[in-house]
Design a binder for this molecule. Structure first.
Ligand code: NAD
Length: 482
C-alpha cells in the first residue's frame, strides 16, 4: 500500500512530468499500433511499448515494413521511431507489462465461431482473457497500474477482468484500476481520427481510484486538442457498441432507399443531400453502397443483439437485427441483378474493382465483395479482382474467413493493381470499393481493352459520372440508387 498522502495517481503524475511514464499496448494490430504510434509521436515525454504474440507482425514493424496501408502512417511513424525515439515493438509481453504504468488492451474480439450458443454473435473473448491473464500474472501492489480496455468488448467486461485478476491476485484493486477507453478510429482516416479525435471517452469506477485514473489518462493526452467524456465504465463499454450500431444503421438506412430511387427515377445522392443538410442528421455516412464491411460493424451489432437477447429484450434485439438484415439484403439484391444480365456465365469475364472493405485501406476484413466474388464464381463466371492496395493473401484469407471456400475453384484471378490484366476482354466492370482512382481512371482506355461485343458497367458505390461512362460504348451503365 502507498503511504497515506502519496496516492498512486500522484506517483504516476510525477512520472509523467519527469518523462518516466510508460504505456504499453497489448496487440500490435490496427488499434494497438496506430494508437501507440500517434501517442509516441505527439507526446515525446511518454515511453511507448507495443507488444504482440505475432512475431511476423512485430518483425514487420521493426523492419519499418508497414503491415497494412493507412494514409499518413509513414509520417507519424517516422516522428515516433526516428525523431522522438520513444516507441518499441516487441513480443516480450511480460517484460512490456512489467515496464508499464498504463496498459492498453488492444487485442481482437471477433464473433464466436465454435460454440452453439452465441454462434457468430457473442464476442469471442479468448484473446482478451489471455491478455488479462498475462497482465494478472504481473500484478504488483507496489506498482499500481491503470488497465485500459481499448478493444471493443461486451458491456460488463470490466467485471470479467476483475474476476480474472481476482483469480491471480489477493488484492487486485491495489495492483490495477480497470478503465474503459474505447477506440473510435476509422480505417482509411485513422491517423486524422487519432490526431484530432472528436472525443476521448474514459469510463472509470466512480470511486477515488477511478477519478484519479481519469486524471492520469488525461495527462497522457496533453498535446491533443480534444473533448474528454468521463462516464461510468459500463456506459463507456456500451457506448462504443451503440456508436457502431448507429453508424451502421445510417448505411442500412440509405441503402434501404437505393432500390426505390432506381425504380421511381430519384437519385440516392439527392436524398443524401436533402437529408444530410438537416443539422439534426448531418451529411456523413449517408453514401449508398453494396453493404457495410470492415471488422467492426457487423460483429459489434451482433454482439449488441446477443446482449439484448440474453437479457430478454427481444424487441430491441429485433430492431438492431434489421440493420444487419438490410446489409445482407442489399448484397443479395445487387448480386442477382448482375447475374441476370448475362446468359452464358462460363463465357463471361467479370472484373471487380476493389476488394478492400472501403477506400484508403488495404483491410479486406468482412469486405462485402467476398460475397460477390463467391456468388459469381459459383455461377460459373470468370472473375477478376483489382485493388490498388489489398493483396492476394488478404483476399484469400478473407474468402475463407467468410466461409467462401475457393481453394478448388479455377475461375478467378487476383490482379492486384494491374488494370490491363483485370479488364482484358472483360464483359463488365463492377465497382465494389470507393477508391478515388475508380472515379478518375481512364475508362475510355479500359473500354478499348474489354470485350468488343458486350461490356457493361455496374457502379455499386455510386461514384462515377454516369453520363460520361455512357458515351464510352458500354451497353449498360448501372449506378446504384439512380
Ligand atoms: N480496426 C478498427 O478499425 C477498430 C476500430 C475501433 C475498435 N476496434 C476494436 O479494437 C480491437 C482490436 O482491433 P484490431 O483491428 O486492431 O485487431 P487486429 O486483429 O488488427 O489486432 C489484434 C492483435 O492482437 C494480437 N493479440 C491477440 N491476443 C494477444 C495476446 N494475448 N497478447 C498479445 N497480443 C495478442 C493479435 O496477434 C493481433 O495482432 C477489436 O476489439 C476491435 O473491435 C477496431
Amino acid at each position: 500500500m502507498l503511504p497515506e498522502k502519496q496516492t498512486y495517481a500522484s506517483t504516476l503524475k510525477q512520472k509523467l512530468e519527469e518523462g518516466r511514464f510508460t504505456v504499453c499496448s497489448v496487440g500490435a494490430g490496427y488499434v494497438g499500433s496506430l494508437t501507440s504510434i500517434i501517442l509516441a509521436a505527439q507526446q515525446p515525454n511518454l515511453r511507448v511499448i507495443v507488444c504482440d504474440v505475432n512475431q511476423n507482425l512485430i518483425n514487420s514493424w521493426n523492419d519499418q515494413r508497414y503491415p497494412f496501408y493507412e494514409p499518413d502512417l509513414d509520417k507519424q511513424f517516422d516522428i515516433a521511431v526516428n525523431k522522438n525515439k520513444n516507441i518499441k515493438f516487441t513480443t516480450k509481453i511480460t517484460e512490456a507489462i512489467q515496464e508499464s504504468d498504463a496498459i492498453f488492451i488492444c487485442v481482437n474480439t471477433p464473433p464466436k465461431k465454435e460454440s452453439r450458443e452465441g454462434l457468430g454473435r457473442e464476442s469471442d473473448m479468448t484473446y482478451f482473457d489471455m491478455a488479462c491473464q498475462t497482465i494478472a500474472s504481473m500484478g504488483d501492489p507496489k506498482k499500481h497500474r491503470i488497465l485500459i480496455e481499448k478493444s471493443t468488448v461486451p458491456v460488463g467486461t470490466h467485471k470479467r477482468i476483475h474476476n480474472i485478476l481476482s483469480q491471480n491476485l489477493a488484492n487486485p484493486d491495489d495492483c490495477y484500476t480497470i478503465v474503459s477507453m474505447p477506440e473510435f478510429l476509422a480505417e482509411g482516416v485513422a491517423i486524422q481520427n487519432l490526431l484530432f479525435p472528436d472525443r476521448v471517452v474514459i469510463g472509470t469506477p466512480t470511486d477515488k481510484n477511478g477519478m484519479e485514473a481519469f486524471e492520469v489518462i488525461k495527462g497522457l493526452y496533453t498535446n491533443f486538442d480534444t473533448n474528454f467524456i468521463h462516464v461510468r465504465t459500463a456506459s463507456s463499454e456500451l457506448g462504443k457498441l451503440f456508436a457502431n450500431a448507429m453508424l451502421a444503421q445510417r448505411i442500412s438506412s440509405i441503402n434501404s432507399m437505393s432500390q426505390l430511387c432506381e425504380t421511381v427515377g430519384a437519385s440516392v445522392q439527392d436524398l443524401s443531400k436533402i437529408v444530410g443538410s438537416d443539422k439534426r442528421v448531418g451529411p456523413l455516412f449517408l453514401n449508398a453502397s453494396p453493404a457495410f464491411g470492415g471488422s467492426c460493424f457487423e460483429k459489434d451489432i451482433q454482439s449488441l443483439v446477443y446482449i439484448l437477447e440474453s437479457l430478454g429484450q427481444t424487441q430491441q434485439a429485433m430492431y438492431w437485427s434489421q440493420v444487419l438484415y438490410m446489409n445482407q439484403f442489399q448484397k443479395t439484391r445487387l448480386l442477382n441483378m448482375i447475374v441476370q444480365e448475362f446468359q452464358n456465365p462460363t463465357d463471361t469475364i467479370l472484373t471487380i474493382f476493389g476488394f478492400a472493405f472501403k477506400k484508403n485501406t488495404s483491410d479486406t476484413r468482412m469486405s462485402p465483395m467476398a460475397f460477390f466474388v463467391y456468388g459469381l464464381i459459383e455461377k460459373g463466371f470468370h472473375v477478376r479482382i483489382h485493388d490498388p492496395q489489398a493483396n492476394e493473401r488478404g483476399f484469400q484469407i478473407e474468402m475463407e474467413m467468410q466461409g467462401f471456400s475457393i481453394a478448388e475453384k479455377l475461375n478467378f484471378e487476383f490482379c492486384g493493381s494491374d488494370y490491363s490484366k483485370a479488364v482484358k476482354d472483360s464483359n463488365a466492370i463492377i465497382i465494389g470499393t470507393d477508391w478515388d482512382e475508380y472515379i478518375t481512371t481512364n475508362y475510355r482506355n479500359m473500354r478499348d481493352q474489354m470485350n468488343n461485343d458486350k461490356a457493361l458497367f455496374f457502379d455499386l458505390r455510386s461514384i462515377i459520372d454516369q453520363q460520361a461512362i455512357n458515351f464510352l460504348g458500354f451497353e449498360k451503365v448501372f449506378k446504384l440508387g439512380n
